[in-house]
Design a binder for this molecule. Structure first.
Ligand code: ATP
Ligand code: MG
Length: 291
């Protein structure tokens, strides 16, 4: 399939010069409406299903998709849209919330490592170990709860975490896990609009959380933490996509394009059957026809 290389302009392979303010959350590229983008939204989902079937059959590569964002940026809806066409057998979504007591007994990569996708599978992390340089950085009291030996908690801790994450992702990539990371970039104004909708529309009331409103007070700290995170952890083998998130349909378009483009690059094919197997197939056909 000819892709539009649409996701390319949002992809960060090298974060050295990344500045969050260079990216507009309200951007919609060449598209002006969901209707205008419909054809591609559908095409990408269909293409993803086809590529995933091959990924699964080949049982060689694994794909890890990481989603990080401010509240109400649309992580859940994006994951739902993107995966709407794929076979659930080859795909797993895991959401990471506040760590449990057991999880806090371990290093910060432990709980996510246990859920990494097997070969042939797509694993989706709804939040991830990146929370360890986001929420934990914005609220350093969370770090106190992590039971680290005090002598190891220095002012270098974030730099050290970036380094560990980079090494971990390089290790995964070298072992056949293709990592793509999505930061759904929402504006503060649009977040307010979505929170208000949660208050005003009865069917959205269940999504309302007082804590989310409180967390808005730390908006600038979060933006700084996201910027620093992308600067330090974007790489060729595990790039970040800074996806405009003020228009949900455009978020879905960019994320599905990025996944299709990633899978296309793997040149996936169904496993080839050797001569002996072909003989076996021919023999089975003869036997079956006689029955
Ligand atoms: P929704 O978008 O539907 O509200 P959610 O992912 O925000 O879903 P919540 O249960 O509302 O889920 O929130 C999960 C919370 O857990 C977030 O505030 C997140 O920052 C926090 N969290 C995740 N990982 C960590 C971590 N390692 N340390 C501390 N807090 C974490
Ligand atoms: Mg939440």
């Amino acid at each position: 399939m000819k892709t539009l290389k649409l996701a390319k302009s949002y992809r960060i392979d090298d974060g050295k010069h990344f500045r969050i303010k260079d990216f507009d959350p309200a951007e919609t590229g060449h598209w002006h409406s969901v209707e205008h983008a419909q054809e591609y939204l559908q095409k990408y989902v269909a293409r993803m299903a086809d590529l995933q079937a091959k990924l699964y059959a080949q049982d060689c590569w694994s794909v890890l998709l990481i989603f990080q964002a401010m509240d109400a940026a649309g992580k859940d809806g994006t994951i739902k849209h993107v995966m709407s066409g794929v076979n659930p057998e080859g795909c797993q979504v895991i959401s990471f919330k506040v760590p449990s007591d057991t999880e806090l007994e371990h290093d910060f990569l432990w709980r996510t490592t246990r859920h990494l996708p097997e070969r042939g599978q797509i694993g989706i992390f709804n939040r991830s170990y990146y929370e360890e340089v986001l929420v934990v950085r914005v609220h350093p009291e969370a770090l106190k709860g992590e039971k680290l030996p005090p002598s190891l908690v220095t002012k270098n801790i974030w730099e050290e975490r970036f380094e560990d994450i980079r090494s971990f992702e390089r290790h995964m990539a070298r072992n056949g896990t293709v990592i793509r990371k999505f930061f759904l970039h929402l504006s503060k104004k649009e977040q307010k609009r979505r929170f208000l909708a949660r208050l005003d529309e009865p069917e959205k009331n269940w999504k309302f959380s007082e804590a989310d409103i409180h967390e808005r007070d730390y908006w600038d700290d979060y933006q700084k933490a996201y910027e620093d995170m992308i600067r330090h952890t974007a790489s060729k083998h595990a790039p970040w996509y800074v996806v405009p998130a003020d228009n949900k349909w455009f978020t879905h378009l960019v994320v599905s394009a990025a996944i299709v483009e990633t899978l296309e690059e793997l040149n996936l094919t169904y496993p080839k059957v050797d001569a002996a197997k072909l003989k076996e197939i021919a023999a089975a056909r003869r036997i079956l026809l006689k029955k």
